[in-house]
Write a protein that binds this ligand. Structure first.
Ligand code: FAD
Ligand code: NAD
Length: 405
């Protein structure tokens, strides 16, 4: 009898961790495992704000998939998923198709522009290695042109960040580290550079501890960031953004050479476009992360609507949850192949730490609040712990943040 074919779509946190754990949970004779991803590398989305600001090189965030998975056990296919055909148990790829017996959808997130006029065309999003690199290069180009281009304007040195959620705040933290170096490099008076964050809520980091959010705001303001709170981005143009204060009719224009949108994320569009039953684009899954209408299909990470029992909202889209779901799913696939009962996914929150550049951070870890250098060190521990889980000590030594070498 031929072995069941397990196909994993997407090599982000959810897909990579599922692949690596399946390698361990299953014997070679149990199943054929294939991982499909559009690039030949896996990247740390959680470090992309650093690559976008240029505080780390983008190569630091990525690693070749073949160097992390055991390619004798998991076949890697570099291709782009187009659609999923559940009836015929096939996935259409840009360069062919692939059949499955068990399918794991781990296609992650996309930037959500909420239909705001001009955002898709005129603003950058921190989404992938390529988008992060584009932001860094664009900012560098604006700085490099300032003293050389006769048409250069002061507003070319203004950077607007849309949203002050965790992505926006972490990106601002990197920017305030990076701008002084850029000013030195391109002979620019630092007083000419403006960093403006526009946030619709009356405070930064809406879902976070208020005291820690205020710490982050005060720190970033002390480094020159201006926050426009209770203010919404209504439009992005080639010249900047148009914003509107809550309860005001007037639109204010902020001219800016760079606009980076961190105002929200949504699930990858492919499941909804392929006819999956979705909730706000996310595949609704059962307690064991299974698609209710087809018990051979599973979803993990940002593309899955997984939630605590009877909750109305899904778990937030975080790497932490994608990783835990992947660990649970790999065990369950083994149970299923061995005819055993599956285990419900139970999220075990460990806390959240947000970096504010290299040496500052805020966080709540196991119910303890942290700020400053201890929080920044904790963030590096969290980053390295993931590398340890994925590729063991060699990967930590190669890519880790704690500078062990
Ligand atoms: P993704 O990481 O999005 O991976 C999806 C994979 O699928 C990617 O490799 C992608 O290239 C691939 N793919 C997509 N479409 C296709 C296709 N059509 N064909 C083939 N392959 C495809 N969360 C935390 O817990 N902690 C943090 O510190 C943190 N920091 C963050 C910082 C930033 C700047 C951002 C933007 C997010 C951060 N998050 C953080 C959230 C976290 O990154 C996401 O929740 C996480 O990436 C979700 O993992 P995933 O595996 O579901 O999807
Ligand atoms: P988010 O949805 O959490 O935050 C978006 C922010 O943009 C919100 O504060 C919202 O009020 C604001 N906003 C939306 N529309 C706006 C508009 N028109 N004008 C002005 N402001 C507007 O998105 P995110 O920060 O990208 O985070 C996405 C996910 O990734 C979350 O689950 C988050 O927890 C996770 N994440 C975690 C970390 C970490 O753990 N360190 C870091 C980054 C992201």
């Amino acid at each position: 009898m031929s072995k069941p074919k397990i196909v994993i779509l997407g090599a982000g946190y959810g897909g990579m961790m599922t692949a690596v754990r399946l390698e361990k949970e299953l014997k070679a004779e149990d199943a054929d495992i294939t991982l499909v991803n559009k690039h030949n590398y896996h990247y740390q989305t959680t470090w992309l704000h650093e690559a976008a600001a240029g505080t780390i090189h983008h190569d630091r965030t990525r690693m070749l998939i073949k160097n992390v998975i055991n390619t004798k056990r998991v076949k890697f296919v570099q291709d782009t998923v187009g659609s999923i055909d559940r009836e015929n148990k096939k996935v259409a790829l840009k360069n062919g198709e692939i059949e499955y017996d068990y399918l794991i959808v781990a296609l992650g997130f996309e930037s959500n522009t909420f239909g705001i006029k001009g955002l898709a065309e005129n603003a950058f999003a921190i989404r992938s290695v390529n988008t992060a690199r584009k932001i860094r290069e664009h900012i560098e180009y604006k700085f490099a042109s300032y003293n050389n281009d006769p048409d250069a304007k002061d507003s070319d040195l203004t950077i607007v960040v849309g949203g002050a959620g965790l992505s926006g705040i972490e990106f601002l933290g990197e920017l305030v580290d990076r701008i002084p170096d850029l000013c030195k490099e391109y002979d620019i008076d630092p007083n000419k550079v403006k960093i403006v964050d526009v946030e619709g809520m009356p405070f930064v980091l809406p879902p976070f501890d208020r005291e820690l959010a205020k710490y982050a705001q005060n720190y970033l303001e002390s480094k020159g960031v201006t926050f426009k709170l209770s203010t919404f981005i209504k439009e992005a143009t080639p010249e900047g953004v148009k914003v509107q204060k809550k309860d005001s009719e007037e639109l204010e224009e902020i001219q800016a050479g760079t606009v980076v949108w961190t105002g929200g994320v949504k699930a990858n569009h492919i499941p909804a476009d392929s006819g999956f039953e979705t909730n706000r684009g996310k595949i609704q899954v059962t307690e064991d992360l299974r698609y209710p209408e087809d018990d051979h299909i599973f979803a993990v990470g940002d593309v899955a609507w997984s939630s605590p029992k009877d909750a109305e909202r899904p778990y937030p889209p975080t790497a932490q949850i994608a990783i835990q779901e992947a660990e649970n799913l790999a065990k369950n696939i083994k149970h299923i192949l061995h005819g055993e009962k599956t285990e419900a996914f139970v999220y075990k929150p460990k806390g959240t730490v947000a970096s504010l550049g290299e040496k500052q951070a805020i966080g709540v870890v196991f119910d303890h609040k942290l700020t400053g250098k201890p929080a920044a060190a904790m963030k590096k521990v969290i980053d390295d712990r993931y590398l340890l889980m994925l590729g063991g000590v060699p990967l930590v030594l190669k890519k880790g943040k704690l500078n062990l070498l």
